[in-house]
Design a binder for this molecule. Structure first.
Ligand SMILES: *Cc1c(COP(=O)(O)O)cnc(C)c1O
Length: 234
């Protein structure tokens, strides 16, 4: 059986290859393991395999993971849609929230951070492809929302996140990643904040393309997690 270590190595090899194709430094790309399909018992093995960042998309599952001792080995990222009434639960437990899609949600995070004397780093989720079933801001609203989130105390806006359409066609996903990178450059110009550096894009099926287009965080579930369908027939 292929273990976590081999899976991590294989993903990282592809990251290095993608970086070399476009002249990037592989150290700019952070691997976030998405642990939503495994239980807390997997945490020690994931740590041993060299995973330091883990992402969860549901508070219910995240809570079980975070209630274990082994959870302290990781930096936690919340990557799923978040309802305002769950904000109080995730603040203080997650270092990063990738899925901010409204000023109201960010304002609630800011309020809770101040109240609980915590701090969190935020990414705005953008629905680049305009898929109606997906969460995320429409690009037209992005600059205005970013300006307002940027001013909130207790939270730090660090960049953007997107989920590409499910497609095996590189020509379909590449423009989505490229556009997110363009939006980050525009934000950097309009806000002039050197902390705006992060592009969270790329999942098991499309991360090499995302890395070529500038991803600094890739969110990998199936390719890493044992007992889940791995899609290596690309
Ligand atoms: C599940 C999930 C991932 C990981 O997807 P895989 O295709 O399993 O790599 C990444 N991002 C988000 C937001 C997810 O919900």
């Amino acid at each position: 059986m292929v273990g976590y270590r081999e899976r991590v190595q294989s993903v990282q090899n592809e990251v290095v290859e993608a970086c070399h194709r476009v002249g990037r430094d592989p150290r700019e790309v952070h691997l976030i393991g998405v642990s939503k399909t495994v239980g807390p018992e997997a945490l020690p093995d994931l740590a041993t395999a060299g995973i330091v960042d883990l992402g969860e998309n549901r508070w219910q599952h995240a809570r079980d993971m975070l209630s274990t001792l082994a959870a302290a080995n990781f930096t936690w990222h919340f990557i799923g849609h978040l309802q305002a009434n769950k904000v109080k639960d995730v603040i203080g437990r997650f270092s990063w929230i990738h899925s901010v899609d409204s000023v109201a949600l960010a304002t609630e995070m800011s309020r809770r951070c101040i109240q609980q004397d915590k701090w969190v780093q935020l990414l705005l989720q953008v629905n680049i492809a305009g898929e109606t079933q997906k969460f995320g801001l429409s690009p037209e609203k992005l600059i205005e929302v970013a300006q307002r989130v940027h001013e909130l105390p207790g939270v730090t806006l660090r960049g953007l996140m997107t989920i590409a359409p499910k497609s095996s066609d590189v020509n379909e996903v590449r423009p989505v990643f490229r556009e997110l990178a363009d939006w980050l450059r525009r934000l950097q110009q309009s806000l002039g904040d050197p902390q705006l550096t992060e592009l969270s894009m790329g999942m098991s099926d499309d991360f090499p393309v995302a890395v070529e287009e500038g991803a600094t965080m890739i969110r990998i579930g199936r390719r890493l997690m044992a007992g889940t369908e791995s899609n290596e027939s690309r």
